[in-house]
Design a protein around this ligand. Structure first.
Ligand SMILES: Nc1ncnc2c1ncn2[C@@H]1O[C@H](COP(=O)(O)OP(=O)(O)O)[C@@H](O)[C@H]1O
Ligand SMILES: [Mg+2]
Length: 346
């Protein structure tokens, strides 16, 4: 006799490739039945009806069920979740936040996201923050990429220096006046790795929102963990993000993962306010500014179109970004592109 538990067990090995979580956990399996002659039937409720990965999910689910000894056949009906069910899976679009510290007044929350790591997300977050601060805006950076040490390092902020008061934790302040909070400022030294699991990351993010004395901010930039990972999803559901700046590089793979990230945002109902193609070209000074497309041709137009925005920017590969970033002096970087970057937020 094949039991429901056995079936759910094998089906929990099937991952929705777009969301990165399994079908059972996502509550996608409905009307699960086993007939007397061991034919299994069920419905898979997809998060979006036109899900491009429909066939793959169906095939994977069939293979999983058929792998159980004794199963004669699997009859799968493909369906879709209702809007309410979708919300239950992805959390509320306006998160139920614990009260914001009474001393804080935060204008806009903008998250910086990428399909994968190493595309320059943290560097761009830091440059954007610094540029906005130079324009007279009150800016905060919440480093939500807990396991990456980049944000404090880029600004040259030392670990272990955070101070607090009865009212809350005081953010560090950079040379240009950007207020910064990062878990990496809490650890005793830069070399200490932070190995927190999901729930701890979620509670740290909540604390960074609630228990930090941000004061009045025009904009709070959030450096997200890369991609559509659990950590990224947690952050997006924990903070009231108003919009996202999406960072990519010209490699096609990077474009594909960005589209995946965009799909997650669509499901969460968070708009993309601009696409940045970083390391898009190398301007050759010796050759009258000819642009060498070192990592291949630009995909920013396609990408922006796929995401449904006309706001895009190509940033050059510039060794100064790395040099200044490594030296903790990212704020000293100057380029006319920074104004265009900041303009994405208007
Ligand atoms: N436009 C750029 N030109 C040259 N190097 C860059 C540029 N943007 C980022 N980098 C370098 O690429 C590396 C990864 O950048 P980082 O901001 O840490 O990426 P992420 O946060 O996406 O992992 C760093 O060494 C950084 O200095
Ligand atoms: Mg980073």
């Amino acid at each position: 006799m094949i039991t429901e538990t056995q079936l759910l067990d094998v089906l929990s090995g099937v991952i929705d490739p777009e969301i990165g979580r399994n079908l059972v956990e996502l509550n996608m399996i409905r009307d699960l039945k086993v007939s007397e002659d061991n034919v299994v039937s069920f419905t898979i409720a997809l998060t979006i009806p036109g899900c491009p990965l429909k066939n793959q999910i169906e095939n994977d689910a069939r293979a999983a069920v058929m792998s159980l000894k004794g199963v004669k056949d699997a009859q799968i009906t493909m369906g879709a979740m209702s809007a309410e069910e979708r919300q239950a899976v992805f959390g509320k679009t306006t998160p139920d936040l614990p009260k914001l510290n009474q001393f804080n007044k935060i204008g806009k929350v903008v998250a910086v996201m990428s399909g994968k790591g190493g595309v320059g997300k943290s560097s761009i977050t830091a440059l954007l923050a610094s540029q906005l601060a130079c324009q007279g805006k009150k800016v905060g950076v919440l480093d939500a990429d807990i396991t990456g040490p980049s944000i404090p390092k880029l600004f040259g902020l030392k670990s272990g220096g955070l101070r607090g008061s009865e009212q809350g934790i005081l953010p560090e302040i950079t040379a240009n006046g950007v207020r910064v909070i990062s878990a990496n400022l809490l650890v005793p030294s830069e070399e200490v790795a932070i190995i927190w699991r999901g729930p701890m990351i979620a509670s740290a993010i909540k604390q960074f929102w609630n228990d930090v004395l941000w004061g009045t901010l025009d904009v709070l930039l959030v450096d997200l963990p890369p991609g559509t990972s659990d950590a990224a999803l947690t952050v997006m559901q924990t903070l009231p993000v108003n919009g996202v700046v999406m960072v990519s590089t010209p490699q096609q793979l990077a474009g594909l993962v960005v589209r995946k990230a965009d799909s997650m945002l669509k499901q969460l109902g968070i708009p993309v306010i601009g696409v940045v193609e970083n390391m898009s070209y190398y301007p050759c000074d010796q050759n009258h500014g000819v642009r060498h497309e070192i990592f291949g041709p630009s995909h920013v137009d396609e990408l922006a179109e796929a995401i449904g925005t006309t706001r895009m920017l190509r940033l050059p590969l510039d060794p100064q970004v790395t040099l200044l970033g490594d030296a903790g002096k990212i704020e000293e970087y100057t380029s006319p592109d920074l104004e265009k970057l900041a303009a994405l937020l208007n």
